[in-house]
Every structure is written in structure tokens, then in C-alpha cells.
Design a binder for this molecule. Structure first.
Ligand SMILES: *Cc1c(COP(=O)(O)O)cnc(C)c1O
Length: 394
């Protein structure tokens, strides 16, 4: 079964019940394939999936069974992963700014690995989770990324990072490694190599304080819309590891989010209305939007393809060939900011037709709201569910 076939089946079945809501299709085989691709390109690096990117329980279960770890940023994310019977040692609490209650929760549940980038956070860790295995997050920005993170997180790698190593020692904390995140969604592949070189320097510096660091965490940022891209990152990562950490007992992890999720999910929506501007520009209104699952569309629209499922009455009775027209796709709420895609050339479609937006698995459903009363659509699955799930059925 492919996505188009499954979507058509769901649309027809829903139609017979009078249901015309948008829905999602999540292809779990895609997630497995992504893992396979990861192992082939970066065999020495254990991915710790960034739960925030798409917290669908079936994605988490598939990755758990593949043997990945998890990057959690909050108490709820940690709880969600522990409920899947994942050992706490497979979790990294990768938020450098932790609420005290979340920190206490981590301590209580035996989640030990966590990142930090300030002295204040170290003091908090010392007080509420003194046995934690702390990982120093440094700032190392890609030249360009879809979401830059350096302005908010990461210690400056020269002076400040070294000062923090010293403070770890003074507080008698168990410093185990260094992490970075170059920014989400980058094709600056080389930056990973330079960042790993920087990590090596901090490893050497930490020896002065008696620390034998052994964890390198290269963060996230990997594009996932095209499997072939991973080998570009791998080239720079693997060679940097080879030149810096050759034959040492080092564990290397990463925190990919969108890499695993983006291509796994499609959003299926219906054209609720079409109207024309005076100049012939076509405006479509669909039943999901940027307050729903299209919140990150501005960053990702370059990767999104739209497939049409013809269901309109007009089309059934006409042999007219669709014409390419300059179009705008609006979301379903009353906000004028709820605009999904502007000024694109697309084949003209009709009210009642359905659009499948692919590559929508990253930072989509997790950000959706029910603003204006439009609730999140239902999730359907392709591929075998694992764990507590059953075979995909619709
Ligand atoms: C968001 C985030 C990730 C995942 O980033 P992607 O670009 O989706 O791979 C990993 N680590 C941290 C600390 C993050 O904040």
C-alpha cells in the first residue's frame, strides 16, 4: 500500500460516514529506512532521537526497537520515553536550562546524562542532581540553518567553556563530555568537522582537571527530506572523528530530530473553497493551517511536494485538462496570517479535491493548536506498528 492509495481509501471511507476532516499518514517503514541509512553512513554514532520533533508513540517505538537513544528536553518527554520501557541510560536530558522539578524528576528516575552551558545551571544540578553525568554544550554555529540555535544555547568554546570545566571541578561534578548543535536543518556539512575539532581541544583541556572525557554529542541539524544527503555529513564527521579520536575509548552520540521524522509523515487536506482575485490569481482554502500542522511550513516549503486527489464533482464530469495558475493556499482559521503557501504555480484544482503534502513529519503535529476550534486530524499508519501497537489498519 502506498500513501496515495491509503489516502484515497481513507477519504472514500470517511466520505461514506460524512467525515471530511484532514488527516495524517505516517509511514513507519520510512523511519526504519532512515535508521538503516544512518547505520550505513555513521556506524559509530548512536542517534538519540530528539523527541520534540515528532512525539508520535509509534515513531518512538520503532526507534526504540532499532536501538536508538532519546533526547528529551522536559519532564513530560522523559516520562513518555520511560513509559515505553526504555532504560534511563538511553536518555540524554539535552536541555541546558532545566526547571528544578524536572531536574528532580530526572534524578528520581535515574536519568543521569544532561547538558549544561552556564555556571548557574551547574549550581542547580549540584543541588538537585549531584550524581548527574554532565555534558558541556558549546556554541558552534553552521553558516546557515533553517533554525539557528546559537543565540540561545551553548557556551562560547574558548574562554567560557574552559571556565565551566573548572567550575565542574570545583563543584565536584561528573563531567563526561561535550556537545554542540550547529542549528536545525543545515547543509553546511563541514561545520560538523570543525565542531568536532573544537571538542577535541576541550577534551585535552579537561585533562588538566583530571577529567577523562568520553562522550562526544554532535547534536542534530541533519536534513531528512533526502536520504542521500546523510553521506555528506558523514564524510566530514567520520574524518573528524578519525583525526581526533582515533583508537580512544570514546562514545559518540547525535541528537537527530527532523532527519528521522520529516519524510515519514504526510498531511492530507481538502479544498474547502476556491476564489479568484481580479488578476486571475487563485486562492484556495484548505481545512488545516499554520495554527494546525503547518506551523513550520515557512522553513520547510522548499521540500514539500503536493499531490492532488481528484474528488470534486466538476472534475468527474469534465475532460478539461488542469491549467497551471499562480495560486495561494490559505489555512482554515480566521487569521489572515494563516497562509500556507503564497504565489506558487500549480495545476488548478477544485473545491472538494484533496491535497497530500509530503515531508511534513518534522515540527508539525507537535506544534499544532486547536485555535478557532479546528482540532488536530487523525493519524493513520503505514507499515507495521510495534510494541503495544497492532498492525496498521484503517
Ligand atoms: C531541536 C534539537 C534537536 C533536534 O534538532 P534537528 O535539527 O531536528 O535534528 C537536537 N538537540 C537539541 C538540543 C535540540 O534543541
Amino acid at each position: 500500500m502506498d500513501i496515495l492509495k491509503l489516502a484515497t481509501t481513507i477519504i472514500d471511507r470517511n466520505h461514506s460516514y460524512g467525515i471530511d476532516d484532514p488527516f495524517y499518514i505516517l509511514d513507519l517503514n520510512q523511519v526504519k529506512q532512515k535508521y538503516q541509512n544512518w547505520i550505513e553512513n555513521l556506524p559509530q554514532i548512536i542517534p538519540h532521537y530528539a523527541v520534540k520533533c515528532n512525539d508520535d508513540e509509534n515513531i518512538l517505538n520503532v526507534l526504540k526497537n532499532c536501538g536508538t537513544g532519546f533526547d528529551c528536553a522536559s519532564k513530560n518527554e522523559i516520562e513518555k520515553i520511560l513509559k515505553l520501557y526504555v532504560d534511563p541510560s538511553r536518555i540524554i536530558f539535552a536541555h541546558t536550562v532545566k526547571q528544578v522539578s524536572h531536574l528532580k524528576f530526572a534524578a528520581e528516575k535515574g536519568v543521569e546524562k544532561m547538558t549544561f552551558d552556564t555556571e548557574a545551571e551547574l549550581q542547580k544540578i549540584k543541588q538537585f542532581h549531584p550524581k548527574a553525568k554532565v555534558v558541556l554544550r558549546i556554541r558552534f554555529d553552521a553558516a546557515k540553518s533553517l533554525f539557528e540555535l546559537g543565540s540561545k544555547f551553548g557556551a562560547e568554546p574558548k574562554m567560557e567553556a574552559r571556565r565551566l570545566v573548572k567550575i565542574c571541578k570545583e563543584l565536584e561534578l561528573n563531567l563526561i563530555g561535550v556537545s554542540f548543535h550547529v542549528g536545525s536543518g543545515t547543509v553546511d556539512y563541514e561545520v560538523f568537522g570543525h565542531a568536532i575539532d573544537e571538542v577535541r581541544e576541550i577534551f585535552d583541556y579537561a585533562k588538566n582537571y583530571g577529567y577523562e572525557l568520553h562522550l562526544v554529542d554532535i547534536g542534530g541539524g541533519f536534513m531528512g527530506h533526502d536520504d542521500k544527503l546523510l553521506k555528506n555529513y558523514a564524510y566530514f564527521i567520520n574524518s573528524a572523528i578519525e583525526r581526533n579520536f582515533n583508537d580512544e575509548n570514546i562514545k559518540i552520540i547525535a541528537e537527530p530530530g527532523q532527519y528521522f521524522a520529516i519524510s515519514a509523515m504526510s498531511i492530507v487536506t481538502q479544498i474547502v473553497l476556491k476564489k479568484y482575485s481580479q488578476n486571475g490569481h487563485v486562492h484556495y482554502f484548505i481545512n488545516d493551517g499554520v495554527y494546525g500542522s503547518f506551523r513550520s511550513i515557512y522553513s520547510y516549503n522548499q521540500f514539500v511536494n503536493v499531490t492532488v486527489i481528484k474528488k470534486s464533482k466538476i472534475h468527474e464530469n469534465s475532460s478539461k485538462i488542469a491549467e497551471q495558475k499562480l495560486s495561494t493556499i490559505w489555512g482554515c482559521t480566521c487569521s489572515s496570517r494563516d497562509k500556507i503557501i503564497e504565489n506558487i504555480m500549480m495545476n488548478e484544482v477544485e473545491i472538494g479535491d484533496w491535497l497530500i503534502f509530503n515531508n511534513m513529519g518534522a515540527y508539525s503535529t507537535v506544534l499544532s493548536t486547536d485555535f478557532n476550534g479546528f482540532a488536530r486530524g487523525k493519524m493513520y499508519y503505514l507499515g507495521m506498528k510495534v510494541g503495544r501497537g497492532k498492525l496498521a489498519s484503517i
